[in-house]
Design a protein around this ligand. Structure first.
Ligand code: AMP
Length: 120
């Protein structure tokens, strides 16, 4: 996919609105449009990488910056005390729908079992 066709590249470019909670030179964090928890923020690199494996291989420093931004948002959202979940859906089995790597930062309530249908 070329970045011009990519939903999250268009959010980075300001062509599609988003509720941005934190921005750095290389990363952007914005609220998920369909939140699955009281706090549900997506953290992305501004540069287009399809998934976390491609990002880690192509630019490990940028991968670390995504994690650092996620941690800063977790602190700002008051999640450090009770905890939170940070996950990267990847590929078909992982349920990835948007192919611009994004970390889901989830918290604000007990999140239940890690996988649907698992006993927890
Ligand atoms: P994934 O299934 O891991 O690829 O997650 C994609 C996420 O992007 C979903 O949680 C969607 O709700 C979210 N999403 C889709 N479009 C937008 C948008 N325009 N602004 C914010 N979040 C979005």
């Amino acid at each position: 996919m070329s970045p011009t066709d990519c939903l999250f590249c268009r959010i980075v470019a300001g062509e599609i609105p988003a509720t941005v909670v934190r921005e750095t030179g290389t990363t952007l964090a914005f609220r998920d449009i369909d939140p699955k928890a009281p706090v549900h923020v997506l953290v992305i690199p501004k540069e287009h990488y399809a998934d976390v494996a491609t990002l880690a291989e192509g630019d490990p420093r940028l991968a670390a910056e995504v994690l650092a931004t996620a941690a800063a948002v977790a602190e700002e959202e008051g999640l450090l005390g009770d905890g939170f979940r940070l996950l990267f859906n990847t590929g078909a089995y992982g349920g990835q729908e948007v192919f611009h790597v994004h970390a889901h930062l989830l918290g604000g309530a007990p999140l239940g079992p890690m996988l649907a249908g698992s006993p927890g």
